[in-house]
Write a protein that binds this ligand. Structure first.
Ligand code: E4P
Length: 218
């Protein structure tokens, strides 16, 4: 399973990239706003900066909601760097836009996926990725991991090449659950990834090794 970092924060992207296990980055308009990125040129510069840090797929989201606008933005975003994947919302115009962009060999990530039917439409339109949102489903008492499993199974059954990015990950256990159901990618905050490292027996064991070493080498 690949790890994408789910942030537009340059320091965190650098830190995660240095850690060495990051395969890409996902952003969205809210994450860009959180970093104070304002204006068309600043958005483009920010995406290019991320592409220059991480050698992997970088999702950049369109903000138009009409077909023509999404195509225009999608073509512009894809032209910024070969690693850009155009993120498009799962609405009627978005599905049309994904079909059009994929016919031009522009890679897409269909976002705001909350049902297997939406994932099916995105795959039929040729989306490179779909992003089911786990945390937001859990927030309304819905089994988000079951949705990831359904989409993975449907794509396998019908041989769709679309890959599943488990998004809206809130904690480390989400990552483990995504692994168990075969998600292709999990896009996560850095803290959730670092949580995978934690085990008290590792800390206790290391402390004992170092103590024994110190005793004989003091
Ligand atoms: C990433 O592709 C999504 O936009 C992101 O994971 C959404 O996360 P949130 O539900 O925590 O805002």
């Amino acid at each position: 399973m690949k790890f994408f970092l789910d942030t537009a924060n340059i320091d965190q992207i650098k830190e995660a990239n240095d850690f060495g296990v990051i395969d890409g980055v996902t952003t969205n308009p809210s994450l860009m706003a959180k970093e104070g990125v304002q204006g068309e040129q600043a958005f483009k510069d920010h995406y290019v900066e991320i592409c220059n840090i991480v050698d992997g797929d970088i999702s950049a989201e369109v903000v138009a909601t009409d077909f023509e606008g999404m195509i225009k933005e999608g073509v512009e975003l894809a032209g910024l760097h070969p690693n850009i994947v155009v993120k498009v919302p799962c609405i009627r115009e978005g599905i049309k836009a994904i079909k059009h962009l994929s016919a031009q060999n522009i890679r897409t990530n269909c976002t705001l996926i909350f049902s297997p039917g939406q994932a099916l439409l995105a795959a039929k339109a040729g989306a490179t990725y779909v992003s089911p949102f786990l945390g937001r489903l859990d927030d309304i008492s819905t089994d988000s991991i079951f949705l990831v499993q359904q989409i993975v199974d449907i794509y396998k059954e019908y041989n769709y090449p679309t890959q599943v990015i488990a998004a809206s990950i809130r904690h480390t256990m989400h990552i483990v659950q995504c692994l168990e159901v075969g998600a292709h990618v999990a896009t996560c905050p850095l803290d959730a990834i670092l949580g995978l490292l934690k085990h008290p027996l590792t800390d206790i064991g290391l402390e004992k090794f170092l103590e024994d070493h110190r005793k004989l080498n003091a």
